[in-house]
Ligand binder design. Structure first.
Ligand SMILES: NC(=O)c1ccc[n+]([C@@H]2O[C@H](COP(=O)([O-])OP(=O)(O)OC[C@H]3O[C@@H](n4cnc5c(N)ncnc54)[C@H](OP(=O)(O)O)[C@@H]3O)[C@@H](O)[C@H]2O)c1
Length: 239
């Protein structure tokens, strides 16, 4: 039986991944952090859609216990913080840095997936532009998470999309929408200039499009240990 554990299930991408997985008949466990003020709302929504909900705290031993019990065939890591959330957390005296969330929680999930013994395929939502030598804290945290995944021995898919944007986000995120509009305009110019490959690699994706791409790669037995960008993630890759 295929069993998927989805961390970041409440996010713009995660909720769509849960929907697509359930639609494929995969036993799907949507993770919602126990301190989420919307835990009950998410429980009703996910359970109503046919997924189970897990609210294991982000603590190593507890995550190991949950994945060891569940024995997932697939683990999705679709989480991360934002600049606005980091600023807001600082006002509460908390540290929700890219290092703590984007790297730290994914690292915990990788360790738990390894310890579970079920050798799940690990699908990590990273980002376009990730590289080793960078002074950008966001890209550096994601490089470290990717490196840990490479070294983990787990089969993996790493997704590096361009902007993820579209209708249905909980927050307005004007900078993200503006960034997506710019890269999509540049992609159109590149396409007119005949640079199809460049154009496809820059295209933004909606949460639905990205979820379709992530799940397609997650269950494609002919592709393993691959890093894919916006082009490959779109259901209509470049011609
Ligand atoms: N947006 C883009 O254009 C873009 C482009 C490339 C890559 N990415 C990366 O792709 C990932 C997913 O994107 P998205 O737009 O779907 O993200 P999103 O809607 O912001 O969702 C983020 C997820 O991370 C969880 N999360 C955030 N802070 C947390 C914390 N302190 N503890 C536990 N969970 C926490 C959220 O849980 P709660 O709901 O409980 O807060 C939510 O499930 C992001 O990490 C992002 O960096 C984004």
């Amino acid at each position: 039986m295929q069993i998927a554990f989805v961390a970041g299930a409440t996010g713009y991408t995660g909720r769509e991944v849960v929907r697509v997985l359930v639609g494929r008949g995969v036993r799907t466990v949507a993770h919602v952090r126990p301190d989420s003020p919307r835990l009950e709302e998410w429980r009703q929504r996910f359970e109503g859609a046919g997924a189970a909900v897990d609210s294991t705290p982000w603590v190593d031993a507890e995550m190991v216990h949950t994945l060891s019990t569940l024995q997932p065939t697939h683990v999705f890591s679709l989480l991360g913080t934002t600049r606005a959330r980091r600023r807001e957390s600082a006002t509460r005296g908390a540290t929700e840095s890219y290092e703590a969330i984007d790297f730290g929680l994914t690292a915990m999930l990788i360790r738990a997936a390894v310890a579970s013994g079920s050798k799940p395929r690990f699908v990590y939502l990273s980002s376009m532009g990730v590289r080793e030598h960078t002074s950008n804290a966001y890209l550096a945290a994601r490089w470290r998470a990717e490196s840990l995944l490479h070294a983990s021995g787990l089969p993996y898919i790493i997704a590096r999309p361009s902007f993820i944007t579209g209708p249905g986000r909980d927050e307005s995120r004007p900078l993200e929408r503006a960034g997506a509009a710019v890269v999509d305009a540049l992609a159109s110019v590149a396409r007119v200039a005949g640079a199809e490959r460049l154009a496809s690699s820059m295209r933004s994706l909606t949460g639905e499009e990205l979820a379709d791409g992530l799940v397609r790669y997650a269950f494609d037995a002919s592709v393993e240990n691959a890093t894919v960008g916006s082009d490959e993630l779109h259901s209509t890759p470049r011609r």
